[in-house]
Design a protein around this ligand. Sequence first.
Ligand SMILES: [Zn+2]
Length: 116
Amino acid sequence: MKTLYKFYDFINEELFDAELPAAEIHLLGKDSHKIMGFEIDGLCIGLDDYEYWIGIHEDLNIYDSFYTLVHEMIHVWQLENGKHMNHSGWFKVWEKKALTYVNLNEEEIKCLAQNI
Ligand SMILES: [Zn+2]
């Protein structure tokens, strides 16, 4: 859990210039990660104007957790900036930026988890 919050701060600084507000991060258990019958890796919900709730599946390895968090944080950015929460338009723009600013391999992510 602590690691996910560290990742959140790291991604926020590196990718979003620390502009995203703090979010609550939760691990999704085996049952709670099914939404309308679909299995999901992550989830982002805007609670009100300045609060966000992010769920990350507990079974993901550290690499997938990191990139699922990047994915959900792009949704936080969309909600925060009044954009539609989807996977086109701005989502693709941020996905591309992520390739530049937070493009880490598994070793680097493990290292990051220990050192930040
Ligand atoms: Zn998504």
